[in-house]
Write a protein that binds this ligand. Structure first.
Ligand SMILES: Cc1cc2nc3c(=O)[nH]c(=O)nc-3n(C[C@H](O)[C@H](O)[C@H](O)COP(=O)(O)OP(=O)(O)OC[C@H]3O[C@@H](n4cnc5c(N)ncnc54)[C@H](O)[C@@H]3O)c2cc1C
Length: 385
């Protein structure tokens, strides 16, 4: 009795660590020849650090990244609100975010999993009452009791079992440009996580260990080549902070932004987790984190059932606990984050500022707000479902 996992991203590897720790035989099938080193997500939320602590990974992320204790919402002149993760002390072992590129977590977790096969693309999935047969690279057949599809937004596993990803795609794509220039020099008191509302074009600044990452929306009519050109990136960075000389750009990515959730997280012996199950815009740093929460939830249940410590019905709780989080919580917060940053109506801006002022009005209100944005509230709300 073994488990196959499609995808060696943060979600597949987290699930593999939980299963391997429980003594369940597990193989991770990764299409790429080696672990990709694309920065992508870089926010680790407090409850995610609590989960990863089990494998010593939280301390390693802290060593490779930066602790972010505060988040700011700003306009160009000053901050409008500054909220402190410190209010979460007593609710989590990690009352802060850690900013570190997600591929570094993948490297840490992959080192703990004996069975990662690279260059192994899942190309087909069939199942019967006793197990799942997975086709690898169009020819090899592997058999297991269960399959976890953690193969990202374009999941082959999801397609093979006929689960629809419902929702919508925003017309604009997001650009992320990283630079070693220290924006803290340009904006005194700048927090490591800072959202800038701006009538012309919002942006978001986030600091990892060696660089600042600046995120911008782009216009649908701009071509990829235009957006990624040196000149266009320079123009956008100069709008953040005008300075003599050019910005050094360490990394640039343009990506489509979706708000989508799979109609179901399970088909028989096949489960979906992470981006294969849900996609959201990155404002709030919730996509990867929610995926890691899926992985720990599902793998814990699979291990208990496979070891005979829980009945098979326990597996039904996975979708009940995790799908509402993506639908009602992550989707709602990330859509609101995007709308708050881009709104140009003065009345709407006033409403948002009043909401932030209320969150800062006393420690209880701040704690309530931080429990929501750190994803602790979402885990607690559905844990009994
Ligand atoms: C620019 C950017 C910024 C982001 N910022 C944040 C953030 O700050 N915070 C946050 O929480 N989230 C963020 N996200 C989202 C985050 O990157 C994803 O949610 C996260 O990578 C999901 O992890 P995953 O393991 O589900 O999928 P992935 O990381 O996509 O991993 C899937 C793996 O499966 C492999 N694979 C694909 N198809 C197959 C196949 N058929 N067979 C075998 N292997 C296959 C892929 O090669 C890949 O290694 C961001 C995303 C982007 C693009």
């Amino acid at each position: 009795m073994s488990v196959l996992i499609a995808g060696a991203g943060p979600v597949g590897l987290s699930a593999a660590c939980v299963l391997a720790e429980a003594g369940v035989p597990v193989t991770v099938l990764e299409a790429e020849p080696r672990l990709p080193e694309n920065p992508r997500a870089s926010t680790f939320q407090p409850p995610t650090l609590d989960l990863l602590d089990r494998f010593g990974a939280a301390a390693q992320l802290i060593g490779m990244g930066r602790i972010a204790r505060k988040v700011q919402y700003r306009d160009r002149a000053d901050w409008v609100a500054e909220l402190d993760f410190g209010v979460l002390a007593g609710e989590t072992k990690h009352p802060y975010r850690v900013q570190c590129e997600q591929y570094r977590l993948n490297q840490v977790l992959a080192a703990r999993v004996p069975g990662v096969r690279y260059g192994a693309e899942v190309t087909g999935v069939e199942q019967d009452a006793d197990g799942v047969t997975v086709t690898v690279n169009g020819r090899e057949k592997l058999r297991a009791a269960w399959l976890i599809g953690a193969d990202g937004g374009r999941s082959r596993v999801r397609e093979a079992v006929g689960i629809r990803l419902e929702g919508f795609t925003w017309p604009e794509r997001f650009l992320v440009a990283s630079t070693p220039f220290d924006f803290a020099q340009s904006f005194p008191g700048l927090a490591d996580v800072s959202y800038f509302a701006d009538r012309e074009e919002w942006f978001f600044l986030l600091r990892v260990r060696d660089v600042w990452r600046a995120m911008f929306p782009t216009r649908p009519e701009e071509s990829e080549a235009q957006i990624l050109s040196d000149a266009a990136i320079e123009r956008r960075l100069q709008r953040v902070h005008a300075r003599p000389g050019r910005y050094e750009v360490a990394h640039r990515t343009l990506y489509s932004v979706h708000q989508r959730v799979a109609e179901s997280y399970r088909r028989g012996r096949v489960f979906l987790a992470g981006d294969a199950a849900h996609l959201n815009n990155p404002l709030g740093g919730m996509g990867m984190n929610g995926g890691i929460h899926d992985a720990f939830n599902l793998a814990g249940k699979l291990a208990a059932v496979m070891r005979g410590e829980a009945p098979a019905e326990e597996l039904e709780r996975y979708e009940r606990q995790r799908r509402p989080v993506a639908l009602e919580y992550v989707n709602r917060i990330t859509i609101a984050n995007k709308r708050n940053l881009e709104m140009s109506d003065a009345g709407e801006q006033q409403r948002w500022r009043a909401e932030l002022a209320q969150a800062m009005s006393d420690r209880a209100a701040e704690k309530d707000y931080m429990l929501r944005i750190s994803m602790i509230a979402s885990l607690r709300k559905y844990e009994c479902a």
